[in-house]
Design a protein around this ligand. Structure first.
Ligand SMILES: [Zn+2]
Length: 245
């Protein structure tokens, strides 16, 4: 039994957003929490940044065929979860750069859907490898939250020309962090997380599960490990940044 040191978060915001690189990253990163929050009435928006066109070991599939398949899988996962809005930015898989254009896209989504909490990849992870696209999404989303979506003089054309208003995100939650500081009880969400994850049928063979195990077992084993020492069976942990004022 380990000593619990993370803050247990039970509050559910009115609106949340998940910004992620590839189809299936949202389900892996925050799926358990999102399932629970939607059940509690939270309105959730997904922002998928790439089309996932490089995510296969199948040499018979063209990137365009794969992108189409993965878009359909993401829509199926979103419908299953009850995610309200899905924004697909369509950047090439493996080709994401932290450009002004990409930053403007994430700022636009934040200003349009106005989340209290945003989830994304931790771009500052240093223990272990991380996909280049994950870093680009994490960095750009962090910048979009503060200060670009908040301040009206950044991307002013979105305000004068597109009818959007600046928006202040209150909390940014990173998954894939080296050191988490918050945990959520996902005992009532982990089964939905797994069910949404396996909607990404093209990815299931690549999930790299040890022989004799399923992806569901693996997700549960990890969630059980995180909950060790807490008064619930399954947990999801994050590193949280909170806006001042
Ligand atoms: Zn990914």
């Amino acid at each position: 039994m380990t000593t619990p040191t993370l803050d247990i978060i039970t509050k559910v915001p009115e609106r949340a957003m998940v910004v992620f690189a590839h189809p299936d990253d949202a389900e892996i990163g925050s799926g358990g929490v999102i399932a629970r929050w939607i059940a509690a009435g939270c309105e959730v928006t997904y922002v998928l940044c790439t089309n996932g066109s490089a995510g296969t070991a199948d040499r018979a599939l063209t990137p365009a065929q794969l992108a189409e398949k993965r878009a359909a899988e993401q829509r199926a996962a979103v419908d299953f979860m009850g995610v309200k809005h899905l924004v697909m930015l369509g950047y090439p898989d493996g080709g994401l750069e932290p450009t002004r254009e990409f930053l403007a896209d994430v700022v636009r989504a934040i200003r349009a859907y106005r989340p209290h909490t945003v989830f994304t990849h931790d771009p500052y992870r240093i223990k272990g490898f991380q996909h280049r696209d994950h870093r680009a999404v994490g960095l750009t989303t962090t910048d979009a939250v503060y200060p670009f979506a908040r301040d009206h003089l950044h991307f002013p054309d979105q305000i004068t020309g597109e009818g959007l208003e600046p928006h202040k995100v209150r909390e940014l939650w990173y998954w894939g962090m080296d050191e988490p500081d918050v945990i959520v009880d996902v005992t009532d969400g982990v089964d939905q997380q797994i069910a949404a994850l396996i909607r990404h049928e093209s990815q299931v063979p690549g999930f790299n599960v040890p022989k004799g195990e399923t992806i569901g077992n693996r997700v549960k084993a990890r969630a059980r490990e995180l909950a060790n020492g807490y008064a619930f069976e399954y947990g999801a942990a994050f590193r949280r940044l909170t806006a001042r004022g």
